[in-house]
Write a protein that binds this ligand. Sequence first.
Ligand code: NDP
Ligand code: OXD
Length: 309
Amino acid sequence: MIIHVYLTHTQPAPWVQGLQAALPEHQVGLWADGADPADAAVVWGPSQAFLDAQPRLKVIFNTGAGVDAWLPLRWPEQAVLVRLEDAGMSVQMAEYVLHALVRHFRELDVYAQDQALARWAFRKPRLRSDFPVGVMGLGVLGEPVARALHAFDFPVNGWSRSPKKLDGVRCFSGQAQWGEFLAASRVLVNLLPLTPHTENILNRANLSQLQAGGYVINVARGGHLVDADLIDLLNSGHLAGATLDVFRQEPLPADHPFWQHPQITVTPHTSARTLRDATIAQIAAKVRLWCAGTPAAQLPGAIDRQRGY
Ligand code: NDP
Ligand code: OXD
C-alpha cells in the first residue's frame, strides 16, 4: 500500500523515515505534485490541492488531536479521517493547565514583582474552595486534566456533550446544564474541539456568567474565544486574568493587544506538542488494525463528519 506524508509545519524527512521503519511492508513517501494515488496519508496542515490530487484516499491520519482545519475542506467521499488520541499529549496538557492555575491561585506573578524590588512580603493564603475550576470538554485530554486538577484538591466541574461520571468531578452536559456549569466555576479551562457548535463559545455572554474574579485558560483553539470580549471583561474587572495558548491567527500578530495586556499570559500553541515517536507508533498501530480488517470508520479516533470531531 502507498502512504503519502504531507506535513506543512515541520521537517517531514524524519517522519517519512520513522513511518517507513514502523511499516516496512508498505511504501511510505513524501507527497509531491503528480505522486501516484495512495490509499492512506499522514497529514498536518491539510490543503484542498492535496485532497483534490489524491481522490483515492481511504484513510487519512491527522498528526494532531484537533481536526477543525479539515472541516471547511472537501475530502474524498470514502475517506475516513482519523485523529491523534493522546500520544503523550494529555500529561503535557495537565502540567500546562496546572501550572497556569497554580501560578494564578498562588499569586506567583506578584511574588516575581516583589523579588524585582527585593521586597519580602507575604500574601494572605487563598482557599481552593474559592477557586472551582470548570473544564469544558471531558474527552481524551479534558478528562485527565480534570483528574489532575482534582488530585491537587481543587473543586472541579466538567462539561461535555454527553453525560459523564468521573470520580471527584461534578459533571454537567449539554446546553441544558451549560449555565449551571458556568455559574459553578471561577476558572474556566477550554478543551473543546472547534466545531460550528463551539465556535465563539468564550464570548461576553458566557464569560460573564463565571464567578467574579474569573480566570480563563484557553488551550483548545483561538476560534473559541471572542478576543475583544475577553479584553473588555478583563478591563471591567469581572475577569482577573487569562492564559492563552491558541489564537485565531497563529503566529499571534506582533500588534495584537494580547501581547501587551498585563493580565494575559501568551504561549505559542505549545501546551501539548505532537511527539513524533509516540505519534508514529500510534499511526502504525492503526494502519495495522485497518490492514487486519477493522473498517476505517471503526478505527479508534475516527472522526464523525456530522459532529465535526
Ligand atoms: P475529544 O474529542 O477527545 O474530546 C472532546 C470533548 O469535548 C468531549 O468530551 C466532547 O463531549 C466535548 N464536546 C464536543 N462538542 C461539544 C459541545 N458542542 N458541547 C459540549 N461538549 C462538547 O478531544 P481531545 O480531548 O483529544 O482534544 C480537545 C481539543 O484540544 C482538540 O480538538 C484541539 O482543538 C485541542 N488541542 C490543543 C492542543 C494544544 O497544543 N493547544 C493540543 C491538542 C489538542 P462528548 O464526550 O460527549 O463527545
Ligand atoms: C492538536 C494541536 O490538535 O496541536 O493536536 O493543537
